[in-house]
Structure formats: structure tokens, C-alpha cells
Write a protein that binds this ligand. Structure first.
Ligand code: GDP
Ligand code: MG
Length: 451
């Protein structure tokens, strides 16, 4: 649902992470790119501005620059601020302590109100709540019947209404029926218009007055980008909405509406509707969506784990050695072991952005490769580890035999190691750092540790 935005942000953050030392300048450049990505995803300008000013303030402050791992901190800051702009925490549906809880659905025509009404009733039914559905859409032929059909198909409470009555009267009757028959919820569906007009607002206001809903829920088509934001602002100004539902989030929407609506209305997003099927409904969790948008898998867990378990002393020592370019196979091995503390390779990959795309045969192979590298290095003498050039044909055969591998495996390890060492040699000055990954990890997300 946020594919292109996710790809962009992932790239930008990866780029930031790849730069050894972060400076206020390269942070600002990264933020400019984030700004472009958000605007292209149709996020409203005020939302982008507010978001970025918070991120910038934090990202260029001491919290980040003097932190243990500035590039990881930036990801964290972006994630936290994105979560905040999306509402912080999940906002549950209102419950009145005197049933029925009355929910009024408003929104433009075709936004998905009727579909959502049925989805909500079904969702509530799963929580053992009885819902009465009623509709005051007297304008479109068969609109009331549409709700009836959905209710019947899913065994939901439905009140037939008379399309010759005024919407406000239908509302009064529905409320009386819901009280009378002891329903827990009344979900009231209304008519929309293609665009916002006075007649629709007047009608919605009349219904609101008659129904006295506990919660006015605006249903917005998430595919409509900037228009969705305007719709949200207008409805909120006229009716005072209490929550938002975004529909059609299964489409290839650029997702800007989701990011802006909470910010421009100040009202929580309650649900995402993600398909035409009755069960395609998700409670809205800001932190989860932020993770999805950032393509993070569960990268924060990984960052936390890395910060907790990686031996910083060792990492710094390694960094210094890299700079002096006297890297040994012992360094290689200790880095490998640090990495292993984070869990199995499969574990780590699952937590990395895009990690779910890695199939298990690959992770198994990677895991085996790591074990093999460890075994080979351990079969060498300390001298050989410090000076791999000593390894001639007969020594290689001995190491291969000792580690239960083949000479070609030993050769491959030495080639990989040589590559890393060459890279290390090329590093000039303290600015650049080599993304260090033992052979088994190459091309699998190459996560960088320490420093
Ligand atoms: P209303 O005019 O606001 O009552 O909108 P409807 O509930 O009648 O929905 C309009 C159209 O959008 C229908 O064809 C629905 O099946 C479709 N629709 C509603 N919600 C979703 C959704 O989340 N995803 C997709 N793909 N289609 C939806
Ligand atoms: Mg409808």
C-alpha cells in the first residue's frame, strides 16, 4: 500500500546509515530527500513541515550526534516522529457506558461507508457485541438494500428503513429501535455526494442532531490523495468528526492521505479498510504503519539487540584496526562471533527491512556458511590467522581437513577476507567506514555493527 514511498525512504535511510560519520550537513541532505519523498506520496505540506521540523530538531541535536550509533538513532527518530504524526497509539472505538453506542458514518459517495458499516458490525460481532445497522441513504436507489444484503449475508442486525422518510426521522426511529431491542451498537450509514455540497452537510447535521452519536466517523477513500485531506478538513469543520476510517488501502494509493489526515483533523484514524471482502478490516496502529512505511520489518528490535549485545569496546578496536589496515583473520572471526550474538541468521534477516522476502533455503545456506567460516579460521594457527599469506597449498589442505571442509572453501574465505582488507586499505582518513560483513552475510542486507 505504500510501496513506492517505502522504497524511497528505505533508500534514503540506508544511505544515511552507510555514511560513517554523520554531520549536520549530510543529515540535512537526507531530510531534504525525505521531504521530497513525502510530498510525492501526496502527504500534505503542513504535515510534511511539522514532521520534518521535529525530525530535524532531534536529528541534529545531541541525542543523535553524540549517541552511540548516530545513523541508527536517525532511523529511530524518523520512526518515532512518523508514529507520532500518525497518532501515537491505537485509538479504540468509543464505548458508551449506556448502550447502545451510536456511531454515525459520514463521507463522500463511493468512499466505502456502506461496506465499512457492515465490516464494523462484523468486527464487533467477533467481540460478542450486537450491532444494529441502519441506513438513511434515501438518494441512491438500492443504497439501503446494499446494506441489507451485506447484513443478511453476514447474519448482522439490520433495520429496514423507509426511503420516503426524512433522514433525521429515520435516525430517530433507528435509535429508538436499537434501544428497544437492546443492541450494543447502532451503526448508522448515510448518503454521500460526489463532492461536498451544502445539501449533504445540512442533511448530515440534521441526522447528527436527531441521533446524538457518541462517535462521528468520517470514511475517506485512501486512494484520493490530497482530495482526501480537503474532505477531512471540511467534514471536521462542519460536523466535528471524532475519528477517521481510511478505505481502499489495498490499492496502489500513494498513502499520503493516511499520513496527513490525523495531522490535519487532529482526530485518530480508527481503522484501515483493505479490500472489498467483509473481513478486510484492520484496526489502525500508528507504530505498525510507521514500521511498514519505513520498510523496517522490525528493525528497531534489531537495533536494540545490537546495542545491548555487541561489545562496543571490541567494535571500536576493530574499527581502529580497519583504519590501520592490519586486519587479521582473528578480527574477522571476532566480528563473526559478535554477529552471532544477535541470533541466528534467519532471525536477523527476519527483522531486517525486506527480510521476509528472503527464502529459508538462502538463510540456511548463510547459516551454514557462517559455521564453515568459523570452523576454517579456528583450524588455523595463530600465526596463520595473523598472516594469511603463510597459507600455502599444504597448509590449506591441513586447514581444510581440520575444519571438515574443502580447499576451495578455504580459498574462498581467503579471497573474501582479502577483499575486505583491500577495502580497509582504501579507506583514507577517519571519515569513511567499511560496511563490514563476513562472507555469509554479503548481499543479504549487510547490517553494520558498532561505532
Ligand atoms: P459508499 O457510497 O460510501 O457507501 O461506498 P460503498 O461502501 O458502496 O463502496 C463503494 C465501492 O468501493 C464498492 O464497490 C465497494 O465494494 C468498494 N470498496 C469499499 N471499501 C473498499 C476497500 O477497502 N477496498 C476496495 N478495493 N474496495 C472497497
Ligand atoms: Mg453507501
Amino acid at each position: 500500500m505504500f510501496d513506492s514511498l517505502t522504497r524511497r525512504l528505505e533508500g534514503i535511510l540506508k544511505n544515511l546509515r552507510g555514511q560513517g560519520k554523520l554531520t549536520p550537513e549530510n543529515i540535512k541532505e537526507g531530510l531534504r530527500e525525505i521531504r521530497r519523498a513525502l510530498l510525492e506520496a501526496d502527504v500534505s505540506l503542513p504535515t510534511v513541515k511539522d514532521f520534518l521540523s521535529r525530525v530535524e530538531e532531534r536529528a541534529t541535536g545531541r541525542e543523535v550526534l553524540e549517541g552511540v550509533d548516530p545513523s541508527a538513532m536517525i532511523v529511530q527518530v524518523v520512526y518515532e516522529e512518523l508514529t507520532r504524526i500518525l497518532g501515537g497509539t491505537n485509538a479504540p472505538l468509543m464505548v458508551s457506558n449506556k448502550p447502545p453506542t451510536v456511531i454515525l458514518l459520514v463521507g463522500l459517495q463511493g468512499s466505502g461507508k456502506t461496506t465499512f458499516a457492515a465490516k464494523l458490525a462484523r468486527h464487533l460481532k467477533e467481540k460478542k457485541q450486537r450491532t444494529l445497522l441502519a441506513s438513511a441513504d434515501i438518494h441512491r436507489p438500492a443504497a439501503i438494500e446494499q446494506l441489507q444484503v451485506l447484513a443478511k449475508a453476514n447474519d448482522l442486525g439490520f433495520l429496514p428503513t423507509d426511503a420516503t422518510q426524512q433522514p433525521a426521522d429515520i435516525a430517530k426511529n433507528a435509535l429508538a429501535a436499537a434501544i428497544d431491542r437492546g443492541f450494543d451498537y447502532l451503526v448508522f450509514d448515510t448518503a454521500g455526494r460526489v463532492t461536498i455540497d451544502e445539501a449533504m452537510m445540512a442533511e448530515a447535521k440534521a441526522i447528527q442532531k436527531a441521533l446524538k452519536p457518541h462517535q462521528v466517523v468520517l470514511v475517506v477513500d485512501g486512494m484520493t490523495g490530497q482530495d482526501a485531506v480537503q474532505t477531512g478538513e471540511r467534514f471536521h469543520k462542519e460536523l466535528g468528526i471524532d475519528g477517521v476510517v481510511l478505505t481502499k488501502m489495498d490499492g496502489d494509493a500513494r498513502g499520503g492521505a493516511a499520513l496527513s489526515l490525523r495531522h490535519v483533523t487532529g482526530r485518530p484514524i480508527l481503522f484501515l479498510s483493505t479490500g472489498e471482502k467483509i473481513d478486510a478490516l484492520e484496526a489502525f496502529h500508528p507504530e505498525r504503519l510507521a514500521q511498514r512505511i519505513l520498510g523496517m520489518g522490525d528493525v528497531l528490535t534489531l537495533v536494540e539487540r545490537a546495542q545491548g549485545k555487541i561489545d562496543l569496546e571490541k567494535a571500536l578496536e576493530l574499527e581502529n584496526r580497519l583504519k590501520k589496515s592490519d586486519l587479521t583473520l582473528d578480527d574477522f572471526l571476532s566480528q563473526l562471533r559478535e554477529m552471532k550474538k544477535l541470533g541466528s541468521l534467519g532471525d536477523i534477516l527476519g527483522l531486517l527491512p525486506g527480510g521476509h522476502k528472503v527464502d529459508s533455503t538462502m538463510t540456511d545456506a548463510g547459516e551454514k556458511e557462517l559455521k564453515r567460516v568459523e570452523a576454517i579460521i579456528l583450524s588455523m594457527t595463530p600465526k596463520e590467522r595473523a598472516k594469511p599469506a603463510l597459507l600455502d597449498g599444504s597448509r590449506k589442505r591441513r586447514v581444510a581437513a581440520g575444519s571438515g571442509t574443502e580447499v576451495q572453501n578455504v580459498n574462498k574465505l581467503l579471497r573474501d577476507f582479502e577483499q575486505v582488507r583491500t577495502l580497509a586499505k582504501r579507506m583514507k582518513g577517519p571519515k569513511k567506514k567499511v560496511p563490514f560483513a563476513p562472507p555469509g552475510m554479503r548481499g543479504m542486507g549487510g547490517f553494520r555493527f558498532g561505532g
